[in-house]
Design a protein around this ligand. Structure first.
Ligand code: SAH
Length: 287
């Protein structure tokens, strides 16, 4: 899809699944950050005007063609490239080692994915509210999950469950050849489209639907990342992994852990539990 030179919004598509039961409940945010900290962060910092920052695509073999087009950053020091670099340095200090992932975090202007009034907080390592009782994930957990899913290999086709504002999808677009992302809340699906459009990322496809069903029409995926926590990983998603593929997901209710599932054979999956985390809940159906 990069070869034909098509750009956003041409590459966006929508899939609408039949509405199911849906109960949206606030919670979320990985590791130490919580919905409460997100709200506090929102209240303790003043508004900063949205600005474009430089997004440097990284090069790593075949994915170097994934380009992000942005105007250069000027003005507020709170959304500058230096502030973003400092965020990346903190994420690296917390143990993320994958240089490709760190470069992706450095390239994506996170302040363009939060409400303009919260732009000044975009580079602190916390989740922030994005409306509809959902949050943009904490940079550390975005990086950590991406690193675990990639495991130093080449990702061809990845699937994200829970697009939210589109930030993680943008990060993924720089580490994978093709990114598919599903969101069940129509308004957030639209928000992500609007956030991503100016970046002209050619290798992201956004879908409106229930991510618990996956995307059988484009499966299999060699990586699947879930941005919302269920009590278990939906079976449909396990079936949509390639053999050798890796799925990373928060699992649990009040107490959650990151679970890594690797498909080792047609009918065989290996699961391991990693660190604690805290995400918004996974819900069935669309709203
Ligand atoms: N990936 C986002 C995080 C969004 S928060 C980021 O980059 O910051 C998690 C998102 O998962 C919410 O927007 C929520 O609506 C969505 N979600 C929850 N259950 C879902 C489901 N079954 N299918 C698709 N999206 C779902």
């Amino acid at each position: 899809m990069n070869k034909d030179g098509k750009r956003f919004p041409l590459s966006l598509s929508s899939v609408v699944d039949a509405p199911g039961k849906a109960t949206s409940r606030p919670v979320h945010s990985p590791k130490t950050a919580t919905q409460q900290t997100a709200m506090q962060n929102a209240m303790t910092h003043g508004p900063v005007k949205k600005q474009f920052a430089t997004g440097q695509p990284m090069s790593d073999g075949n994915i170097s063609q994934n380009k992000i087009t942005l105007e250069s950053s000027r003005g507020s020091p709170l959304v500058s490239d230096a502030v973003r670099r400092a965020m990346v340095a903190r994420v690296a200090q917390q143990g993320v080692k994958d240089q490709l992932v760190l470069s992706a975090l450095d390239a994506i202007p996170r302040h363009l994915f939060v409400q303009s009034g919260l732009a000044s907080q975009a580079y602190i390592d916390a989740s922030l509210p994005i409306g509809h009782h959902q949050t943009i994930s904490q940079p550390y957990i975005v990086a950590r999950m991406t690193e675990i899913m990639r495991d130093g290999g080449t990702l061809h086709r990845v699937l994200e469950i829970g697009t939210g504002c589109g930030y993680q999808a943008a990060v993924l677009s720089l580490v994978a050849k093709e990114v598919f992302s599903i969101e069940r809340i129509k308004a957030l699906h639209e928000l992500a489209k609007n956030n991503l459009r100016p970046m002209r990322i050619a290798n992201i496809r956004l879908h409106y639907g229930d991510g618990m069903l996956g995307l059988p029409q484009v499966a299999p995926f060699d990586g699947i990342i879930m941005a919302a926590a269920g009590m278990e990983v939906p079976k449909a998603l396990l079936e949509q992994l390639t053999i050798g593929g890796r799925l990373i997901a928060p699992v649990g209710g009040a107490k959650q852990v990151l679970q890594l599932i690797q498909r080792t054979a047609k009918n065989e999956w290996k699961s391991s539990v990693l660190e604690h985390c805290h995400f918004v809940p996974l819900h069935q159906g669309v709203i």
